[in-house]
Design a protein around this ligand. Structure first.
Ligand code: ADP
Ligand code: ZN
Length: 721
C-alpha cells in the first residue's frame, strides 16, 4: 500500500496524506485531484520529510487520490521556491503553490478549446443589448463568459447571438507551438561599452551559474539591447528565459521591441490573458517549448521546465512588491528562483534600489555598468523652478518659465510631457458653502473627482458615485470646488494656454489594457499627440525620440508623508520621467517645479550627483537600522467588526516576545484605518538583521487566538508605512 503527502489547494490547510490507488503512479511534484470532504481539490505531491502532515491518519482511514493530471510534475527547484516563499513571507504553502498552478483550467487535459467570435452577420432582431454586445466584441474572440464580460451583457445574450448565427464557434488548438525566437534576427552592432557589459552577462548564461547582476546604466544607455544578448545566449542553449516587467501596460511596447530583435513575439503572461491563451502558455512553459516568457510578477511562479535566465527590468520599481494575498517582493523572489534553478538573474535599472546597491557593495551581487546614453543622445538638462520665486498665475499650476518652454517646444514641432502623479481632476473636492468633504464609505480616504467620467472615485477600493449637483450636507446647489491639481486639471490648463495643441491624459484610467497602450504609442509615433499629461504610468519603458521637454508639476509631492523610502522614491521617479526627454538626436530639457529647490534630493537631481545622494541616504538608513541594515515586518489585523479587530490586535500586542534584537510598536490604527469596509490595526516589528524574525513571529502568533471574524496578515519587508 502506498501513501502520498499532498499539498491541497486550500490555504487554510497544510499537507494531508492520501492512498495512491493500485496502478496510479505519482512522484513529488505530480499534480493530482484529491477528495476533501465532499469536494475535489487540486493538489501537489510533496516529499513527506519536507512538510509535516496536518493530520496523522492511519493507513486504514486514508482516502484514495482520484486522478493524476497529464502535466509534467512541478520540478524540484520550483517546489523549493514555494517552500522558501511560504517560509520567508509567512504565507500558507498552498497559497504560494496556487500561483504556480495559475488556474485550474490551465491543467485540463483537452487540447482543443471552443471559443467564439462575431461572424459579421447582423441578426434580424437587434435588441439594444445585442447591438451593444456586437459593437463591443468587434474582433475579440473568447469563451462565452469572456465575450459577455467584454460586452458587459449576460451569457444568455451571447448564447442568443450564437443561435442566430451572429457569433460562431471556433476551435483553438492550445498545443500549437509558439514560434521560436531567432537569436541573430535583428542583432544590433553594440558599442564597446555595451559589448563589455553583455560579455559578462553572456558568460554567466553559458556557465549556467547562479549569479545576480545589477545592470546599471542611465535611461537610454541600451540596457535592453545588452540583456537581449544574454537572452540570445540562452536561446542558443535551448534554455528558457523569464523577463519580468513592473507593469502590464509595458508589455505591449516590449513585445514589439522583442519581435524586432528576435523575429517573433515572446510568450506574454499577465492577468489580461484569455483562458485559452493562459492554458497554451502554461502547458508550453511547463514542457519547455516556450523559450521566452515576459510577464508581470505572477509569471515568476510558473513551472518553467528548463530555466536558463531571469531578467527583472526596472528592478527598482515598487510595483514588484505584491500587497495582496501572498505579500512578496518579486525582485527578491526572482533572485531566489535563480538560486534554486542555478541560473543568472539580471536586475536592470537606471536608479537601483538602495537594497540592491547594498547587495553589490557586500559582494553578493555583481555589477555591470553602462556609462552614457547610446549614440548621439545626451542626458537631458534638469533645472529647478522655485515656486516661491516664480509662482504660476492665480488659480494656475504651470509656472511662466515652463509655459514658455512648452510654447517653444510645440513651436519646434516637438513633443512635451507634464508629469503629476495624481489621477483625476483634483485630490480634494469640497463644498464652498459648508466645507463638506467627500469621504469613501469603505475607506479612510477622500473621494477624487474624475471630470472625464463625471464621477467621484476612491483610489483605494474603486468605489465610485456620480458628482452630486447639491451638497449632501448643506443642500446648496452647484457649490463644489476642486482643491489642488490632478492630471485632468493640468490638461484643462494646457488646453486653455495652447488651444491648438493635441493633449493626451495618460493614467491607469485611460491606459487600462495592453491594447490601449499600443494605441497610445501609435498616436505618439504618428505625432497625433503634442503633449502628454501623465502619472507614473508614463515614466518608464517608453521611447519617444521626438519628446524633448518634461515638466514635473509638483516635484515635492512624493516627499510628503515621511515614508522611509520617500526621498529615494522621489529621486527614482523623477530620474525615470526625466529619462523620457531627449532620447533621440534632439536634446532634452527637464523642469522641476518645487518649493524646496535646496532639498538634498532636488540638488542631486539638478547636479546629477546621484552618488552623493545615495551615500547620504544609505548612511541615514544605517544609523536608523532601517532596511537594508535592519528589518521591518508589519502585522495587520483587520475585521469588518472594529472591536473584534482591536481586541485581536491588543491580544497580539500583549503576547509580543521581549527580545533584545527586536522592538514592537503598536497596535495602532493602520495608515489606512479602514479599507474596503474593514477596520485595520497594525503592529510594526523592527528587528536587527541577524534575528530570524520570521521564526519569532511564527511562534508569537502561534500562541494567540483570535475570533473567526478577524484576519491577520504579516507583511515581511513592507513597503507602505
Ligand atoms: P535603456 O533600456 O537603458 O533605457 P534602450 O535599450 O531602450 O535603453 O536603448 C535606448 C535606445 O537606443 C533604443 O531605441 C535602442 O534601440 C537604441 N540603442 C541602444 N543601443 C543600440 C545599439 N547598439 N544599436 C542600435 N540602437 C541602439
Ligand atoms: Zn474606498
Amino acid at each position: 500500500m502506498s501513501r502520498a503527502r499532498v499539498l491541497v489547494m486550500n490555504s487554510a490547510l497544510g499537507p494531508l496524506d492520501y492512498r495512491v490507488p493500485h496502478g496510479m503512479h505519482v512522484e513529488p511534484g505530480s499534480v493530482v485531484v484529491a477528495p476533501l470532504g465532499p469536494r475535489q481539490l487540486l493538489g501537489i505531491v510533496w516529499e513527506p520529510d519536507r512538510m509535516p502532515s496536518d493530520a496523522e491518519v492511519g493507513d486504514n482511514r486514508l482516502r484514495n487520490l482520484l486522478a493524476v493530471l497529464p502535466v509534467p510534475p512541478l520540478a524540484t527547484p520550483l517546489r523549493r521556491l514555494i517552500e522558501w516563499t511560504a517560509d520567508y513571507y509567512l504565507a500558507a504553502p498552498a497559497a504560494v503553490a496556487r500561483m504556480a498552478l495559475a488556474s485550474t483550467s490551465a491543467l485540463e487535459g483537452a487540447k482543443l478549446v471552443t471559443e467564439y467570435r462575431a461572424t459579421g452577420e447582423v441578426p434580424d432582431r437587434l435588441t439594444p443589448q445585442r447591438e451593444q454586445a456586437l459593437e463591443r466584441i468587434g474582433a475579440h474572440q473568447g469563451l462565452i463568459r469572456e465575450l459577455a464580460t467584454i460586452a458587459d451583457v449576460s451569457d444568455a445574450v451571447i448564447r442568443g447571438l450564437v443561435k442566430v448565427g451572429a457569433i460562431e464557434p471556433v476551435s483553438v488548438d492550445i498545443d500549437q507551438p509558439f514560434p521560436l525566437p531567432d537569436p541573430s534576427h535583428g542583432a544590433p552592432a553594440l558599442s564597446a561599452d555595451q559589448r563589455a557589459a553583455s560579455a559578462a552577462l553572456v558568460a554567466d548564461v553559458e556557465a549556467s551559474r547562479f549569479q545576480p547582476t545589477l545592470l546599471d546604466g542611465v535611461t537610454g544607455s541600451g540596457k535592453t539591447e545588452v540583456y537581449f544578448e544574454a537572452v540570445a545566449a540562452a536561446i542558443l542553449q535551448g534554455k528558457q528565459t523569464l523577463v519580468l516587467l513592473p507593469e502590464i501596460a509595458l508589455t505591449e511596447p516590449f513585445l514589439k521591441r522583442f519581435a524586432a530583435r528576435f523575429g517573433c513575439a515572446p510568450v506574454a503572461w499577465h492577468s489580461g490573458l484569455r483562458q485559452s491563451q493562459r492554458r497554451r502558455a502554461w502547458r508550453q512553459i511547463a514542457d519547455g517549448q516556450a523559450l521566452v516568457t515576459v510577464g508581470a510578477r505572477s509569471a515568476l511562479f510558473l513551472p518553467y521546465a528548463n530555466l536558463g535566465l531571469i531578467i527583472v527590468d526596472e528592478a527598482h520599481e515598487t510595483s514588484f512588491k505584491q500587497e495582496e494575498g501572498v505579500h512578496y517582493h518579486a525582485r527578491d523572489v526572482a533572485v531566489m528562483r535563480g538560486k534554486f534553478e542555478s541560473c543568472p538573474v539580471i536586475l536592470a535599472s537606471a536608479t537601483p534600489a538602495i537594497e540592491t546597491r547594498q547587495q553589490v557593495a557586500a559582494g553578493r551581487y555583481a555589477e555591470v555598468k553602462l556609462p552614457g546614453r547610446w549614440g548621439a543622445a545626451e542626458m537631458p538638462s534638469i533645472a529647478p523652478i522655485d515656486l516661491i520665486a516664480e509662482p504660476p498665475e492665480r488659480g494656475r499650476w504651470i509656472a511662466p518659465r515652463l509655459v514658455k518652454a512648452i510654447d517653444e517646444t510645440l513651436g519646434r514641432r516637438e513633443q512635451a510631457l507634464l508629469f503629476l502623479n495624481r489621477r483625476g481632476y483634483a485630490p480634494l473636492t469640497l463644498c464652498r458653502t459648508c466645507g463638506h468633504r467627500f469621504q469613501c464609505p469603505n475607506c479612510t480616504a477622500w473621494m477624487v473627482e474624475h471630470r472625464l467620467v463625471r464621477r467621484l472615485a476612491c483610489h483605494h477600493c474603486g468605489h465610485t458615485e456620480p458628482v452630486p449637483r447639491v451638497c449632501p450636507e448643506c443642500s446648496t446647489e452647484d457649490t463644489l470646488v476642486p482643491v489642488g491639481p490632478g492630471v485632468e486639471r493640468i490638461a484643462d490648463e494646457v488646453k486653455l494656454l495652447f488651444p491648438e495643441a493635441k493633449v493626451a491624459v495618460v493614467t491607469s484610467d485611460t491606459i487600462w489594457s495592453p491594447a490601449k497602450a499600443a494605441e497610445f504609442v501609435g498616436r505618439m509615433e504618428a505625432h497625433d499627440i503634442d503633449l502628454i499629461v501623465g502619472t507614473q504610468l508614463i515614466t518608464k519603458g517608453y521611447h519617444f525620440p521626438n519628446l524633448t521637454l518634461v515638466g514635473v508639476i509638483d516635484a515635492d509631492l512624493g516627499l510628503e508623508g515621511g515614508d522611509l523610502r520617500a526621498s529615494e522614491r522621489t529621486f527614482q521617479q523623477i530620474m525615470q520621467v526625466a529619462g523620457r526627454a531627449g532620447r533621440g538626436a534632439k536634446p532634452g530639457h527637464v523642469y522641476l517645479q518645487t518649493h524646496s529647490p535646496n532639498a538634498a534630493v532636488m540638488r542631486a537631481l539638478i547636479t546629477g550627483d546621484a552618488e552623493a545622494f545615495y551615500a547620504a541616504e544609505t548612511e541615514s538608513r544605517r544609523e536608523a537600522g532601517a532596511p537594508p541594515f535592519g528589518r521591518f515586518a508589519a502585522i495587520v489585523v483587520s475585521s469588518e467588526d472594529q472591536n473584534a479587530a482591536q481586541d485581536a490586535a491588543k491580544a497580539i500586542g500583549r503576547a509580543a516576545p521581549r527580545i533584545d534584537a527586536m522592538e514592537v510598536y503598536g497596535p495602532a490604527p493602520a495608515p489606512l484605518a479602514m479599507l474596503r469596509g474593514r477596520h485595520r490595526f497594525r503592529l510594526l516589528v523592527h528587528a536587527k538583521r541577524a534575528l530570524d524574525v520570521q521564526d519569532v513571529i511564527r511562534a508569537w502568533l502561534g500562541g494567540v487566538d483570535w475570533s473567526a471574524k478577524v484576519r491577520v496578515v504579516v507583511d515581511v519587508d513592507p513597503y507602505s508605512f
